[in-house]
Design a protein around this ligand. Sequence first.
Ligand SMILES: Cc1cc2nc3c(=O)[nH]c(=O)nc-3n(C[C@H](O)[C@H](O)[C@H](O)COP(=O)(O)OP(=O)(O)OC[C@H]3O[C@@H](n4cnc5c(N)ncnc54)[C@H](O)[C@@H]3O)c2cc1C
Length: 255
Amino acid sequence: MAIAGSTDLGVEANLRGSRPALRVAIDQLPELRSLSVAQDVVEIGAALSLSEVERRLEGRIPLLDAVFPQFASRLIRNGATIGGNLGTGSPIGDLAPALLALDASVVLVSTAGERVVPLVDYFTGYRASVRAPGELIARIRVPLPLAGTTAFHKIAKRRYDDISSVAVAFAVEVVAGRVERAAIGLGGVAATPVRAPEAEALLVGADWTADGVAAAAAALAATGTPIDDHRASAAYRRAMLGQALPRLVAERPGG
Ligand SMILES: Cc1cc2nc3c(=O)[nH]c(=O)nc-3n(C[C@H](O)[C@H](O)[C@H](O)COP(=O)(O)OP(=O)(O)OC[C@H]3O[C@@H](n4cnc5c(N)ncnc54)[C@H](O)[C@@H]3O)c2cc1C
């Protein structure tokens, strides 16, 4: 089993007694630690820690900058990798909703070579993905240009150092008060991180006002299949989805 920052696997070992027969540390492999910026894409090495990604991006992806301070603590972010966050396949990981809203793809690598999978096609079920045994996430690709209005709403029991009950990531382009482009990534409302295609479709062409986004907000509230668990009830999760767009419009009246 591949081990990167071990902030997830360490918990499995400590609390659940997990002892994989073979563990291979990948966090220092140079092939997984590059970060490049081209005109049409940013590529982020999967074994970079969140702190390294934050520093090396130098603010180029504001949506990720909105996630970082809400992701655990600096101590965890110094070890936790971007590839490990997707590698867990968790439906409540924070990076997947943001990367979904950014239309990101993952580059998977194995002895057979590389293949690129849009993140929206990557997760196949609860903690399951298209990643084959023997494949690693090598890099994450974020296409450019980015949408102008981005935000990350993390709803958790504690403000800091807690896992999300619900996470909503927005990447919206508002031109002269009207939505031209919209992508929404969600965590905590289904067995996998998901996009919100119905809400996105209703948002495009809508006025960027509370009334204008009302239909999209209702569609967003109906997205996914949230469950009751120890973090939140299904009803609370739906309520959080329903208020996410009106909140964003109120926070960014000009888009
Ligand atoms: C106190 C605490 C707070 C936390 N808070 C948050 C939070 O706010 N938000 C959040 O989303 N998570 C949180 N986490 C969970 C964890 O920190 C993240 O999921 C982290 O990104 C995991 O990365 P890692 O490098 O430590 O992965 P590891 O623990 O090393 O590995 C996790 C899984 O990913 C696989 N893996 C690792 N790298 C790759 C790769 N390149 N390709 C394929 N598979 C790979 C491993 O085989 C393993 O199955 C928290 C954890 C702790 C302990």
